[in-house]
Design a protein around this ligand. Sequence first.
Ligand code: ZN
Length: 89
Amino acid sequence: MKAIIFLIFIVFVFLIIRFTLNRIIEIRSKQQPLEDTPATDKSTTSESMVQCAQCGVHLPQSNAYYDGKDTFCSEGHMQDFHAKQKSAE
Ligand SMILES: [Zn+2]
């Protein structure tokens, strides 16, 4: 009778170890691709919004004009913004 309890205990411990190892492998395999491509993953699920520096309208990053420092809703606003900056100097 004791031998059966011991056997069940061994099987139980074995199952816990297997379950834990599977969890660790699962978490690691899920984390690695996310760490490799965080930007592309975000853009596919929910595209990040940017604000036009000229008029303040919000638009998807893929539709925005970027001059290396600020984002704009249109090429015209990019030019307007740069003209305004030049005149301010
Ligand atoms: Zn604008």
